[in-house]
Structure formats: C-alpha cells, structure tokens
Design a binder for this molecule. Sequence first.
Ligand SMILES: *Cc1c(COP(=O)(O)O)cnc(C)c1O
Length: 360
Amino acid sequence: MTQVFNFSAGPAMMPKEVLQQAQAELLNWQEQQTSVMEVSHRGKLFMDLITQAEQDFRQLYYIPENYKILFLQGGARGQFAAIPMNLIGKKNKALYLTSGHWSATAAKEARLFCEIDEINILDQDPELKINRLDFSDIAEQYDYVHYCPNETISGVEIFDIPKVGNTTLVADMSSTILSRKIDISQFGIIYAGAQKNLGPAGITIVIVREDLIGNARQETPSIWNYAVQAKSDSMINTPPTFAWYLCSLVFKHLLKQGGLEGVEKCNQEKANLLYQYLDESSFYKNNVVKNNRSLMNVTFTTGNDELNAKFVAEATKAGLQALKGHKVLGGMRASIYNAMPIEGVQALIQFMKKFEAENN
Ligand SMILES: *Cc1c(COP(=O)(O)O)cnc(C)c1O
C-alpha cells in the first residue's frame, strides 16, 4: 500500500500515535472494561482526565494563571455569537478586522448582537497582504477588537499582534492554535475549534481572561455564558467526552515531541520547504506576500482550472489527499497542521515536481 498523506483543512489529520493509543484502549479504558465514551463525565476518572488535559494544555501553550480554559461545543462559529453575548458592554460596539472569509463571517454573526465597525486590513492586489495592525488611536471606542490570525481558506497569517491599547483583543485561532509560540497575555480571549490542530471536531477551546467573565448579557443561554461554564468545569450540559479525551491524548503527544518549541520548529521547516519550492517554480504560484504566508495552510495554483483539477485528481491517486482548494478560491491548498509529518511535505513536493515536468 502506498503511504497516504491527508492535507485536509479540517477536520484534519490526527497524529497516528494518538489514534493508535485510542484504538488500543478503546474497549478497556483505565481498566474499566468499558470505553471512555461510556463512562460518566462526572466520575472521578473522567474528572481526572479533564484536570490533566487542562494542565497539559496550560503548560504547552504557556497560559498565564489569570486565564480560564473552557472546553465547549458549537465550534468556532458558536463563539462568533458567544463573544458579543459575553463581551458587549457600555460601548455597545465592537471592531472587527477583516482579512478573509472567517474574520468576515465572524463580523456578520456579531452584527446580530450589537453595532459592529469593520475594517478590511487585507490588500489583494497584486498579492494578499495585511496592511494595518495599529488601531491604538481608535480602539477605545469599542468593547473589544476581533481578528483572525490565520485565514484558513486563503492561507494568510498575521504574525504580529494588532495594537489595540487597553481594549480587549479577541482572536479566532482555529487554524493556528498550538502551532507556534504566542504571548497569551496580549489577548482577552482566544478561541479555536479543535478539528485543525487540537483533536476531532465537536469540541471548542476558549481561553478567557478572568476579568472578562461574568459580564454576559442577561438573556445569554447558559451554554454560551462563560461565567456559567467556568463555574461548572465546562459541564453545564453533557460535554463531548470522546473528543475531549482525544484532545487530552494530543496534548500529551505534543509534550512528548518537545512542546511548543519542537512543534514550532517543525512547522517552520515544513512551510519553508514548500514555499521555497513554490518560489523556485514558474509553474505554480502562491499569491501571499512572504510576511503573511500561513505556516498551516499553503495555497497555490497553476493558473489554469483544468490543470488544477488534473493535479488534484493525480495527487489523490498518488496518496496525497484533500489538496483541492476551498470552493470560494479554487486552486489547491495543502494544510500542513501539527500532525502532518515532514515526510508528507517532501512527498508533496516530489509529486509537484513530477507533475510540473509532465505538464509544463
Ligand atoms: C475552521 C474554521 C472556522 C469554523 O470552525 P467551526 O468549528 O466549523 O465553526 C472558523 N474560523 C477559522 C479560522 C477556521 O479555520
């Protein structure tokens, strides 16, 4: 069997070691003669699991003491609504920095709850480029400022943190969380659906500074209320226990790999290899400026729709799966999250060279 590499943007590949461990203990978790998904979420063993998971995540991502970590449901999109419900206060207005699909979608959802100002910070011509990150002159008018550090669809990443003075900064980190070191203390809230870098779909992590908890609008449903969830260990209703368990295994796995330093180094190496090849090639093109090229989602095109379709079809046959770009953008996208080994990127480049030679 040829080795298969899965470049899916999400749900994305999981570390093989994690899947193997889950398989090995599926029928008999912790000597219970039952699986982890069949035990009470309030039992001691599961409570121990979530305590350890939180501790590991805190250690991995260097999360300061004054932040709570919530494990919720509803995906990143659920947080698009939960953020305004929990953060809108006296100013009744928030600023959304838009740089692509996800930041714009977050802004649209937030409009259901309060007044929103939107600033587009993406230049598109001739290449995708972030043009502004200092908002300290206007941020004071807003209850919070929201942005998306990694636009998963276009492959645009924002490495510097926007300047917003003392205003709360909120970030949708769904496709960049745990991929590189960041200074958590710059943020009021960081949230991420798990299905890219943390585990399977169905669980969402919210890292929230403690002073931002407890100000939700009165009609906020309890599952979206950070104060309620923080007080009940993220268990105001039955949590997605199996997804939580898989995330706990991913955290242990990353710690074993040398923690965030090891992970970041590997991600840099993978992305550098691929972008370097793209820059050398006159056949493929990536249209993001160097400073905003995503470490996680690498977009490229041959510039010809038919050739792109042929590329995706032949790559699939060669064991390189899910390289088709998002439908709003076309072309190709290689998502190379934490779980993608460097061998996968090397195999992709090798295939790209061969395809180029045959179709140039
Ligand atoms: C995948 C993704 C989402 C959507 O996540 P859901 O969990 O499906 O709601 C939102 N934002 C970003 C940046 C994403 O990559």
